[in-house]
Design a protein around this ligand. Sequence first.
Ligand SMILES: [Zn+2]
Length: 372
Amino acid sequence: MTLEFQQTSIVANLLVGNFIGNLVYFFLVDYVGVVVSLELRDLLVRGVNPIINPHGLNSSLDEFLSVYGGGYLKNITSIVKDITGRTYYLSQMAPADEEHPSFFTDLLEAAESIGFGVSAYVNVFADSFYAADSRFETQQGNGKGLEVFVCPNKPEFHRHMVTVVKEVAKFKVPRLFLGNLGYARKDCCVCEDCRAEFSNYLGLRYSFKGPDSLEVEQYQKWVFWRLMKINDIVQRLIEAAKDVNSDIDVIPIFPVDPELGFFRNFKEGFGIDIQTIARAANHIALEINPYTPILPNPDSSEFNKFVDNLCLISDLRSDGVEFSMIHGVIENEEDYSHAKALAEAVGIKQFYTQITYPPGFRTLREERLGLR
Ligand SMILES: [Zn+2]
């Protein structure tokens, strides 16, 4: 039996809607063309760990497991709280996905009887359910709210995420990935709460307008303040998971994309102090080229430059930090060989790929790149 999604090309997916891509992205993917398409089975045989979401299966869970459950599947990672803010299990706090409210718990049950491992993936600040509420929206430089990302400085949302993380950790999964941490981008967040709190931190009597209005020294404090905020909440989420499951490996995920300057954008863009977070978590996953799908050819000088841009990995590894790598949706032999070459060049063994991009990814990507 062959499932439909195995043969679905990225180009076709782009046309289906709710999917990645603006015109540039579309062009890039289309330009490369299909080389030798790979099926999920091919990836499993090669030891690639799939990340699934129920909307991307194009089949029921039972059908999926009837094809892959016996033998091929060793470990699988399921998104449990999606970019939509909805969960694939029944949460006390978060709204459940209307179509697949118990997908994750069904998967866990099947895994136990068939015998494969299940890890979980929770989206943190990409949450379009909360972002639709003006109390939680993150505001960009022009004062407009984003559709997917929420403001990372709302205590009520922190409590929400702590609850979700605890609920998921209670399922006794060995690994919990935390996706979409940090600020959406450099010009966020200038919501009323962030401006008031930072003005207070600076000792200003007025609420500042935004980072562009700050003097150099004040701007440095702004960058530091954002880092502190994210360090604090990531640390809280790691502790929350470990409180209920001391063996759990909590793995923050960070997008590393040439379009966003690799690691260079982390501090000022996402408010991410990767050194501190990596040492706190002991394990991080780099999501390579999530927004620029094409990886460089291993024989090119561009590839060597790419590897040079990832040199931070070896520094952190010498401190005992473990790394995993995630790369988009691998469609063909070329995608696979380029991603594999990159993982080998930087010494990363644990390699993950999404079967399909989750609902809302297109909007998320545009928000990250400042296209909306
Ligand atoms: Zn804010």
